[in-house]
Write a protein that binds this ligand. Structure first.
Ligand code: SF4
Length: 350
């Protein structure tokens, strides 16, 4: 069993306030935490006016996962990423698919996590044949210090690095980890204050958009966007049209956009799964806005999981499950018409 002393570590990016409070500046919630209390994510504790992270190295789940499952389709396709998550999150989405870890607190008397040092994680990634390491399953910023140390070490060991994030990181934190992150798979859950208020309980989602642009422009990360379309929350066509237009204008027409099916979970168990026709309609909207790579998600075997050449329309990458089963690229160009396809790394097919 863990003891408090064995797992806490002093937090970074925080500032002392009056009456012993400490402000955490890791994410945009910027919690002002009184002595003896934790922040919104439950992973940061104020002990006598000093802020500590409880989550450093505390791995709740780890897996050798195909990069396609994130989903990331244009970044080392077919590769495996050593994938890690901890407990807690800075959002409490009512339909969270990983609620069993994201909505849980680290406790001394409930050993749901196991300590995995950055060196051990990096070594495990290498020895298991992974090309990279991914912080995923819950929001990676809640164990920011650990992901930062691990990302630095991963880069030294020639592994790629990947954040699967809700994008609510602070700009300061983004600029600390930016030099060590290669890819940024961001959820943009909707495109209105109302949607974000209902889904993530935040009043302003524009920092998520600004961070996404910053990841791409300032830190040259490969960016892919995911929108999980929830019936009644984020499925109206004008909102999706505005989101697609924003991606075109701020990230470019070559940015992959994954439009994924909501599967009923948790407090949204009463909703239906998103109709496939709704997803297909939103994908059409994305394409009519100019996006060249719009994918369906959580609909296994659907032809829109594949990559087609935006120039000649031929099939370039056929996906089966989370594997690449056919690849018609040579040096990341369409073998039929020669168009360069924006893919980072080589494609590994089965
Ligand atoms: S990381 Fe946690 S404690 Fe820090 S601001 Fe975000 S929610 Fe609050």
């Amino acid at each position: 069993m863990m003891t408090t002393e064995s797992y806490i570590k002093e937090a970074i990016l925080c500032q002392s306030l009056t009456e012993g409070k400490v402000q955490c500046n890791i994410c945009q919630r910027r919690c002002k935490i009184p002595p003896g209390k934790r922040g919104y994510c439950w992973d940061r504790l104020n002990l006598d006016g000093k802020l500590y992270t409880l989550a450093y190295g505390q791995v709740a789940t780890s897996w050798i996962a195909p990069i396609e499952i994130k989903p990331m389709f244009h970044f080392f396709p077919g590769s495996r990423a050593f994938s890690l998550g901890t407990l807690g999150c800075n959002f409490r989405c009512p339909g969270c698919q990983n609620w069993d870890i994201a909505h849980r607190q680290i406790q001394e008397d409930t050993p749901l996590t196991e300590y995995v040092a950055p060196e051990v994680a990096v070594e495990a990634a290498k020895s298991s044949g992974c090309q990279g390491i991914s912080w995923t399953y819950n929001e990676p910023t809640v164990w920011f210090e650990y992901t930062l140390d691990s990302a630095k070490l991963a880069k030294k060991n020639h592994l790629y690095t990947n954040y699967v994030t809700n994008g609510f990181i602070s700009q300061e934190a983004m600029d600390l980890i930016g030099p060590y992150l290669d890819s940024y798979r961001v959820d943009i859950k909707g495109f209105s204050r109302r949607s974000y208020g209902k889904i993530a309980h935040i009043s302003d989602f524009t920092p998520i958009l600004e961070n996404t642009v910053r990841a791409k422009e300032k830190w040259h990360m490969h960016v892919e966007v995911v929108t999980n379309v929830i019936p009644g929350y984020s499925d109206d066509e004008s909102q999706m049209n505005n989101l697609a237009t924003w991606i075109v204008d701020h990230l470019g027409v070559e940015t992959p956009w994954h439009v994924t099916r909501f599967i009923p979970h948790l407090r949204l168990s009463h909703l239906p799964a998103t109709p496939v026709a709704t997803l297909e309609r939103i994908i059409e909207i994305g394409k009519s806005c100019g996006l060249q790579y719009v994918y369906i998600g959580n609909v296994p075997g659907h032809p829109l999981e594949n990559t087609y050449c935006p120039s000649c329309g031929k099939l370039l990458i056929h996906r089966m499950g989370y594997s690449v089963s056919e690849c018609n690229l040579e040096e990341n160009r369409c073998i039929f018409c020669g168009k360069p396809i924006p893919i980072v790394g080589e494609v590994v097919s089965i």
